[in-house]
Design a protein around this ligand. Structure first.
Ligand SMILES: [Zn+2]
Ligand SMILES: [Zn+2]
Length: 365
């Protein structure tokens, strides 16, 4: 596991100011633009930015301190986060689109959203689902080049195909060589004299396609899954965007979900609660299990069945099943039942209303 404190060279008790300062110094030295001949600079810089991304956020820092790990997908989705940090520190001097340093090309494709509806049993085991999404695809006529078949895009003479031009810029850290989009080709590096008629030179067209997504076990209602690179293709062959799948889970008749625990309420009569009973409890996989409710169980007592709740999303283990007893006080006694209960009350020394009084009270309401 990476030690983000070590990467930034600060102590575990470092203040936000110290973290900020450490990042600023390291970022200036390792930024790829400052080390054009060092291919490892980008990886090193990314690591520093990742450490800063975690430690500068109190919630993420606390999670890291507890030993939680972060997947690359949690951070810098489409590098927007990283660009934001750079903007904050360097005033936009490094230009947009980090990750394509030195070669930009057309813009990355857009993100696409979809929704899947599951029931709780499916969410407990995970399912694979077929989705229909409408998203841009490579144009079949020009093969994403954007040029009418028989014609080729030509290299932009201004930037010589790089899509960017270098300029010297004054920043708070002194003079730095930075790059900006080429105005002639708008960052594409190519000029199309005869645009493809099918896609108007964009290299992509909207199309409907079906794809299969794997929904992992343990997803919750509202979980958003990011499928990297499964969104729309970019213009003229640029990398695709991401697919975001929102999960909706239908309410379950027997269970209420709280985190990874499932809650189930069971109604018992006063005799059952008093004398005890073996009850059949539903499980999320559709089977049942027997649970012994001991004699003398009070209403609102909760019994816990370990590991019968929902699996933890992308982790080991699962929640519990909590069974809450709800003792039902009867309000509809027959004459015979009332007599039996009055006899019981007498044996217990309880002093309920006399029969007439109860009836009069009910009538007056
Ligand atoms: Zn085309
Ligand atoms: Zn150009």
């Amino acid at each position: 596991m990476k030690d983000y404190y070590e990467i930034l060279g600060v102590g575990r008790d470092a203040t936000q100011d110290e973290i900020k300062k450490a990042f600023r110094n390291l970022a200036r030295d390792t930024h790829p633009d400052a080390n054009p001949d060092d291919p490892a600079a980008e990886a090193r810089f990314r690591e520093i930015a990742e450490a800063y991304e975690i430690l500068s956020d109190p919630q993420r820092r606390a999670a890291f301190d507890r030993g939680e790990q972060f997947g690359a997908g949690d951070l810098f989705s489409n590098f927007g986060g990283l660009d934001d940090i750079l903007q904050q520190f360097f005033g936009g001097g490094f230009g947009g689109g980090f990750g394509g340093v030195g070669r930009r090309g057309p813009q990355r494709g857009g993100d696409v959203g979809a929704t899947v509806d599951l029931d709780l049993a499916e969410a407990a085991v995970g399912v694979s689902r077929k989705l229909e999404v409408t998203a841009p695809e490579r144009c079949p006529a020009c093969g994403a080049s954007g040029a009418e078949p028989g014609h080729e895009p030509r290299r932009c003479p201004t930037c010589n195909g790089a899509g960017q031009v270098q300029v010297a810029r004054q920043t708070m850290l002194g003079s730095m060589m930075t790059v900006t989009d080429c105005a002639t080709c708008r960052g594409n590096g190519e000029i199309i004299d005869n645009p493809c008629k099918m896609c108007s030179g964009r290299g992509r067209i909207d199309s409907e396609r079906s794809l299969t997504v794997e929904i992992p076990a343990g997803v919750d209602d509202g979980t958003r899954l990011r499928l990297s690179g499964r969104g729309g293709v970019g213009e003229r062959g640029a990398p695709p965007g991401d697919l975001y799948v929102k999960v909706r889970i239908a309410p379950h008749p027997a269970f209420t979900r709280i985190g990874n625990d499932l809650h189930h309420k069971v109604e018992l009569g006063i005799a059952e609660a008093t004398l005890g009973k073996t009850i059949e409890v539903p499980l999320v996989d559709g089977t049942t299990t027997d649970v012994d409710i001991p004699a003398g169980t009070q209403s609102a007592t909760v019994f816990r069945l370990g590991k019968q709740g929902m699996p933890r999303l992308q982790r080991r283990g699962r929640g519990d099943l909590l069974i809450e007893v709800d003792v039902q006080i009867p309000g509809d006694l027959s004459l015979e039942q009332e007599e039996a209960l009055r006899h019981f009350a007498e044996l217990r020394g309880e002093e309920p209303y006399e029969g007439k009084k109860r009836k009069r009270k009910r009538r007056s309401r």
